[in-house]
Write a protein that binds this ligand. Structure first.
Ligand SMILES: [Zn+2]
Length: 437
């Protein structure tokens, strides 16, 4: 079922659509204070052939008038865990805490993560992401032995199957202590390199953190890999592994891309310490992704019947002000780390707007779910809407930020290569047989 509004021919003119300054490079217009301008977008052969100001000249007869509806480029989701996705019914988090999540997910992995179980849940997740308008997605893959032998081949098969629909990237995920077994870790780095993946590690304060980080960087340099860290996912102000990563990047002269996720403790630390860390993060060229929904769920969960007092997110405004590339992403979906979610990046952006104040002004925050993660993931032409670029975009019902961010926009139109896609979401019942105890 396609929308019926976008012609099947793949050749048309979207007239009177609202484009945003932050994600339409090369289009100059009189943007309003919300960053919007009305435009006409011509599409042919799967590409955007032109973007012109609406109302300048009379639109040709074949134009379809969209009445000022907002159009954004397809989303880029740079931090997910689709290997864990949707296990909630068989392995819920008993108390909603971080430790509860770690233990439950670990037990489920050991007991249940066969290639078939993974493939079916990952495909389910990707179908949801695709239907919501995501074009590229990076997933972390639990790579504690022997899971890496099972998960990486599944990932490689999935990436091929989804090529052209979702550009899939994989990053290995192990606790920093796993790097102590250098022989095993070097083998993992080699495996990741052979899959053209990203080297990923979870960092927290262990006595030999600096030495272990040096070894991670050495392996990344040896194999030419980008890096992706989970850092300081805690309220403990003593957690400063973000700073340690920045320092390690500087003294190792690392030239690849580094994405660091979470960095929750930074928001709790004294201002002077924060400034020092941010100086180093900027100097080292790190990018940071906040996971607002998952952080809100897990952080400051007290377990004693009292109310959470902080939001769990990191200091994205301060980072952006210093030129640090910042993104937001989905993180977990329906697993012990987050009981909800559907890889809908509009939901992530809507929640981020509320939790992180991406408003008044909105400025260039839409880049945090489009162009910025595309840059981190080295995906040229993704996350923007430009003449000569791919016709991969979403047409929403909303005509303003307040309209766009107040409803789920379940009736959005997703256009890929110039054609409206079938937006049917997979049925939860498909996974029922995997959920039997
Ligand atoms: Zn994560």
């Amino acid at each position: 079922m396609t929308s019926g509004i976008i012609p099947e021919s793949g050749q048309f003119l979207l007239a009177n659509v609202r484009v945003h300054a932050s994600v339409t490079p090369g289009f100059t217009a009189a943007f309003d204070s919300d960053g919007f301008a009305l435009a006409n977008i011509a599409v042919a052969d799967g590409r955007v052939s032109s973007i012109t100001a609406h109302g300048r000249s009379k639109a040709p007869v074949e134009a379809i008038d969209f009445g000022g509806r907002i159009i954004l480029p397809c989303f880029v989701d740079c931090h997910t865990h689709i290997d864990k996705g949707h296990i909630w019914p068989r392995k819920p988090n008993p108390d909603g805490t971080f430790m509860g999540a770690l233990n439950a997910a670990g037990a489920d992995r050991v007991a249940r993560w066969s290639a078939e179980d993974l493939a079916r849940r990952m495909d389910f997740s990707l179908r949801s992401a695709y239907a919501h308008g995501t074009r590229a997605l990076r997933t972390h893959l639990d790579s504690v032995a022997p899971q890496e032998e099972i998960s990486w081949p599944v990932f490689e098969t999935m990436r091929e199957a989804w090529r052209g629909s979702i550009e899939l990237q994989g990053a290995c995920l192990i606790g920093i202590e796993g790097v102590r077994d250098k022989k095993w870790f070097d083998r993992l780095a080699k495996r990741v390199a052979s899959a053209k993946g990203v080297l990923g590690v979870v960092t927290y304060m262990v006595p030999d953190l600096e030495e272990l980080l040096d070894h991670v960087f050495a392996q990344a340099i040896k194999h030419g890999l980008d890096l992706d860290f989970h850092a300081d996912e805690t309220d403990d102000i003593a957690a400063i592994s973000l700073k340690k990563i920045a320092e390690a990047a500087l003294w190792n002269g690392f030239e690849g891309n580094i994405l660091v996720g979470h960095c929750c403790s930074l928001a709790r630390q004294p201002d002077l310490d924060v400034l020092d860390t941010l100086d180093k993060v900027a100097k080292a060229g790190l990018a940071v992704v906040s996971l607002p929904m998952c952080n809100l769920y897990l952080q400051d969960r007290r377990g004693d019947g009292t109310t959470p007092r902080w939001r769990g997110v990191t200091l994205l405004h301060e980072m952006k002000a210093r030129g640090i590339p910042v993104a937001v992403a989905s993180d977990n979906t329906r697993d012990p780390f987050y009981a909800y979610g559907d890889l809908d990046m509009l939901e992530v952006y809507r929640m981020a707007t509320r939790i992180l104040h991406f408003d008044h002004p909105v400025a260039d925050w839409p880049q945090a779910v489009t162009a910025t993660p595309a840059g981190v993931m080295r995906l040229d032409g993704f996350g923007t809407l430009a003449a000569g670029g791919d016709a991969d975009f979403i047409v929403f019902k909303g005509r303003s930020w307040t309209e766009l961010l107040s409803r789920p926009e379940s009736d959005r139109i997703v256009v890929r290569s110039g054609r409206a896609i079938d937006r049917q979401l997979p049925d939860y019942a498909e996974l029922d047989e995997l959920m039997v105890e």
